[in-house]
Design a binder for this molecule. Structure first.
Ligand code: KG4
Ligand code: ZN
Length: 321
């Protein structure tokens, strides 16, 4: 089974073709980074207009790169929610139009499930229970999966997502956009313990986060930008990984997974690897290109959602959620 997947929930237009839920034939991302950089964040109206311009050429390019014609595609997968409404509508409409034209089933996929399923692209085997941290520009959530397809929300951010905090701090420190990679780069020149920032909610016995106070604390602290960037990154990494691993312990996880744009952060990856080794659990961290928004993860999720006993493939009533 060969799935053509479309992802357009935020500011990246992405198209991929994935075979049997794990073989990525092509994974294309048209980034809008430069377009939004001058605003220091994503402008929804600008994002949906750009999606509209690039989505069909990108689909054509994906088929060409994979040397496939539409009759070789089994189904079309598309992100339906959560995300920016105008952006999602462009992807869903493209998927439904092609489904109609090519006479193929269209499958709706939750974006966060996609970030988790990115972990299925690696070689490591997933053993349950699985505790995942999805951490991106819009979300920071800890999810328990006791069996394939189950997502139990254990906790998440009460205000800003971790990626959003990175973006806002980068704007404050005038480091550029997107904020995550910019802060991480500057943090490399930072010296330890030159400034002190809080670790919000670290001592609370729950799996929730709050990053808005941390962001405000950054605006009050005085010091070199590199030192502030380093301390801010350390604070985020400590809180995210501490909460993730306390959930892993509480629920007896055999596997721990991180996904979403912030999972591309090297310090977070290192810390999660270290703690997983200490706890003796498997760790799954997708390759960089499958952490930030991409369509391959949507294709993988769609493949695993497919239940051959039910003909739900042929339910083309896919709508933006
Ligand atoms: O998953 P994603 O591409 O889009 C959403 O679903 O939101 O995540 C984008 C977010 C942005 O906030 C970006 O600053 C952050 O991920 N990000 C990073 C890094 N790379 C991207 N944050 C920290 N370190 C990074 N290396
Ligand atoms: Zn995302």
């Amino acid at each position: 089974m060969r799935i053509l997947a479309i992802e357009s929930s935020c500011d990246d237009t992405a198209v991929a073709i994935v075979e049997e839920g794990h073989r990525v034939l092509v994974n294309l991302v048209s980034s809008q980074e430069k377009l939004h950089a001058k605003y220091g964040g994503v402008v929804p109206e600008v994002a949906s207009r750009r999606h509209l311009e690039v989505i069909y050429p990108l689909i054509e390019l994906a088929l060409k790169r994979a040397r496939l014609t539409p009759d070789k595609i089994s189904a079309i997968a598309v992100t339906t929610h959560p995300g920016l409404l105008g952006s999602l509508l462009v992807g869903v409409n493209a998927a439904k139009t092609l489904g109609y034209l090519w006479n193929k089933p269209v499958v709706g996929v939750n974006h966060l499930a996609g970030h988790i399923y990115a972990g299925w692209l690696g070689k490591a085997k997933i053993q349950y229970p699985l505790v995942s941290l999805v951490t991106s520009g819009g979300h920071s959530e800890i999810v328990l999966t006791r069996k394939m397809g189950e997502y139990k929300y254990l906790g998440g951010t009460l205000d800003d997502a971790a990626g959003e905090a990175f973006d806002k701090v980068a704007r404050h420190l005038k480091l550029g956009y997107p904020g995550g990679p910019a802060v991480a780069l500057r943090a490399m020149a930072g010296r330890p313990a030159k400034v002190a920032l809080p670790r919000p909610m670290l001592d609370e016995d729950n799996f929730d986060f709050s990053f808005s106070g941390l962001k405000t604390a950054v605006t009050r602290v005085v010091g070199r930008r590199a030192d502030i960037a380093r301390e801010f990154q350390e604070a985020i990494v400590e809180v995210l990984s501490e909460k993730l691993f306390s959930a892993a312990k509480r629920y007896g996880a055999k596997t721990v997974l991180i996904g979403g744009g912030v999972a591309a952060n090297k310090r977070l990856r290192e810390e999660v690897e270290k703690r997983a080794q200490k706890l003796g659990v498997r760790v799954i961290i997708p390759d960089f290109e499958y952490c930030t928004d991409n369509a391959a993860m949507i294709g993988v999720a769609a493949w695993y959602q497919h239940d051959p006993r039910r003909d739900w493939w042929y339910n083309t009533n896919v709508a933006v959620g």
